[in-house]
Design a protein around this ligand. Structure first.
Ligand SMILES: [Zn+2]
Length: 326
């Protein structure tokens, strides 16, 4: 017979409404904490503070790399996401460069160097959890289920049976799959960017991969041997050479020849993650036509060339541009 707690926990995840992703983050935090806790007592008290810290981590990673929208109300960003976005901006101001990094890798750095900002974000997150999430999570169809965990409105802790925490621990892989899947479904209802599920999953499991783009040089050089900057139109010296995604990587989460151009490092860093103008897209389309022509003249084939050809035929430049604008 399946355990009642486990069924209820999954039911909350499955039946969560689609207004925001708080419940998913909450469920994920509890599963993650179950892996960290050593349970000696019968009941375990979990601090909202440690849950809030996990919220910050999830939203930080999904925002700093992919800028995913986490709520159905597009006018008003969910509060916790607002706090995290502010923290990301504070972090960028402090390091003076917009270089995204995973929260886990810089957590200690943040706590030391922008401790005031971090603590403010943490306190605000705890407040919102109290108002909006901690108690609501135990309600299914308007009915409170203390079997999931005990919580009284306003408390700083939840109280959960150690045996239940162990159930989360034993089933963590299935639960992460379920949570990520639901999280992705919710995000799909208000994000138009491609590869949502992959973005949610990847952020959870491993390093966000940003592959080296140097393999594209041999193709770009064929069309642009002088290495003229796509942004400013001037020649680029070797030490200033970089390859840029015209439609931001954070949106596409993919490296494709049709979307890559040569730019100055300095031109690149001044515009990171900015949505390109229509003029840029027209320029990119022209570039792609000229590029495929030259590749054919030189009789160059292969996967990368086929993908470029497909992109031109399907008008990816324009379609993805429209997508990332909306
Ligand atoms: Zn330039």
């Amino acid at each position: 017979m399946e355990n009642n707690f486990y069924n209820l926990f999954k039911k909350v995840i499955r039946e969560c409404n689609y207004t925001n992703t708080y419940k998913m983050a909450w469920a994920k935090a509890l599963v993650e904490i179950s892996l960290e806790e050593e349970n000696n007592a019968d009941t375990v008290k979990i601090d909202l503070k440690s849950i809030a810290n996990k919220f910050i981590k999830y939203y930080w990673n999904q925002t700093i790399f992919f800028d995913l929208i986490q709520g159905s109300n597009l006018v008003e960003t969910p509060l916790i996401l607002q706090y995290v976005k502010k923290l990301i901006n504070d972090y960028y101001s402090f390091i003076k460069i917009r270089k995204p990094d995973r929260f886990e890798r810089i957590e200690e750095y943040i706590k030391v160097n922008i401790s005031k900002e971090y603590n403010e974000c943490l306190e605000n997150t705890i407040k919102t959890l109290k108002v909006d999430v901690s108690w609501r999570f135990t309600y299914i169809n308007g009915e409170r289920h203390d079997e999931i965990y005990k919580y009284n409105k306003g408390d700083d802790k939840i109280e959960i049976l150690a045996s239940n925490l162990n159930i989360l621990k034993e089933n963590y892989e299935d639960l992460f799959d379920l949570i990520n899947y639901r999280w992705g479904l919710i995000l799909e209802t208000f994000n138009s960017s491609p590869r949502i599920n992959k973005k949610v999953k990847i952020i959870d499991e491993q390093e966000v991969k940003r592959n080296s783009l140097s393999k594209f040089k041999e193709y770009l050089d064929i069309e642009n041997p002088e290495r003229i900057c796509f942004i400013c139109g001037k020649r680029i010296d070797n030490q200033e050479l970089s390859i840029d995604h015209v439609i931001p990587w954070s949106y596409l989460y993919s490296d494709d020849l049709w979307n890559l151009v040569y730019v100055h490092k300095s031109c690149n860093s001044s515009k990171s993650n900015v949505i390109p103008s229509e003029e840029d897209i027209r320029k990119l389309k022209d570039r792609n036509k000229s590029l495929i022509k030259k590749l054919r003249e030189k009789d160059i084939h292969g996967k990368i060339v086929n993908e470029l050809n497909l992109a031109i035929q399907k008008d990816y430049e324009y379609k993805f541009w429209i997508g990332c604008k909306s």
